[in-house]
Design a protein around this ligand. Structure first.
Ligand code: PSU
Ligand code: MN
Length: 300
């Protein structure tokens, strides 16, 4: 077995059976600009604690799989260069090659499950990219949701993606997509996608119960919670969509694809909205941290 490096706080929480919430690290290294990334990483942890659970930020540092990072480690990661972006395909390689890597939704789910953590808060999951019918770019996050028993709290899939196709793939893979207090699939920066969310729940307790029932049925995989961005913080779909379309056009012109595409599009949208997309991204992440903590409390 791979040795998991638990932080002191997470180890104590596990010993006492306290509710835990996993947090990813790709958002720190590839999703948000420095130095704001460090502030946000700290805020996300603080939000989980404030809501009564213990945060466990997950990353591979010098080949060690860390479950919970010290503040110094968060700081190091926020300025580190050449950090790998780890999905399911990369996790074992990064550990065996003793490198430093940030975990995406897929890799964070794997690590959380190994660590006995069943709730995870992120911003938006990866999904089916626009144009996937020709380039086949479908995030490994979707397959992971089908395989690994973790409840992932998101603000939907990032609106840079093809949301109808993302929903179809999740349905095919048997992943429950649960709108939290909404019938519409939220679209990350805005609450509006024009798409119906397949399932709806209005309380954290219902989400926790559905997870436990899935386990009791012996069904593999987790669930995706789609928690709309708070209305005060959202960017209207009519404003964000042109910025996204422009960003995608630029990416095509520059030939950007694969692992680089998501960070590139996020950075382009940030520029086009003069930083407003970043504020919205932070607000929805913190909102997801609060809901994840509630679910974790109901599960423990
Ligand atoms: N959501 C954000 N910022 C991010 C990501 C999600 O607000 O940086 C990251 C997540 O780690 C997600 C990854 O798993 O982007 C998806 O990348 P890809 O499309 O290459 O699978
Ligand atoms: Mn991809």
């Amino acid at each position: 077995m791979i040795e998991l490096k638990f932080s002191e706080e997470v180890r104590l929480a596990k010993d006492k059976g306290l509710p835990l919430v996993a947090l990813e690290s790709t958002i720190i290294t590839h999703g948000l600009p420095s130095p704001r990334n460090l502030t946000v990483a700290r805020q996300a942890e603080a939000e989980v604690r404030q809501a009564g659970a213990i945060p466990a930020t997950i990353a591979v540092i010098d080949g060690h799989l860390h479950i919970g990072l010290s503040d110094e480690q968060l700081e190091q990661l926020s300025v580190a260069k050449d950090v790998w972006k780890l999905s399911r395909a990369d996790l074992a390689v990064a550990i065996s090659q003793k490198v430093t890597g940030a975990t995406t939704v897929a890799a964070t789910m794997i690590a959380a499950h190994l660590a006995g953590i069943s709730v995870f808060a992120t911003g938006g999951i990866g999904g089916v990219h626009r144009g996937a019918e020709s380039d086949f770019d479908v995030s490994a996050d979707l397959e992971e949701l089908a395989k690994t028993p973790v409840t992932v709290v998101s603000a939907g899939a990032k609106a840079i993606l093809d949301l109808p196709k993302t929903l179809e793939v999740l349905e095919t893979k048997g992943v429950p997509v649960i709108g939290y207090q909404t019938n519409e699939l939220p679209a990350f920066w805005s609450h509006e996608s024009g798409l119906d969310v397949p399932l709806r729940m209005d309380s954290a307790a219902e989400i926790a119960a559905a997870f436990q029932t899935r386990q009791a049925l012996g069904l593999a995989g987790g669930q995706l919670v789609a928690n709309p961005v708070p209305e005060a913080d959202e960017i209207q779909a009519s404003v964000i969509n042109p910025a996204i379309e422009q960003a995608i056009e630029t990416a095509i012109k520059k030939g950007i694809k694969g692992k680089a595409i998501t960070p590139f599009l996020l950075a382009q949208v940030l520029e086009a909205t003069e930083g407003k997309s970043l504020e919205t991204n932070v607000a929805l992440l913190l909102n997801n941290c609060r809901l994840a903590a509630e679910i974790a409390k109901d599960l423990s």
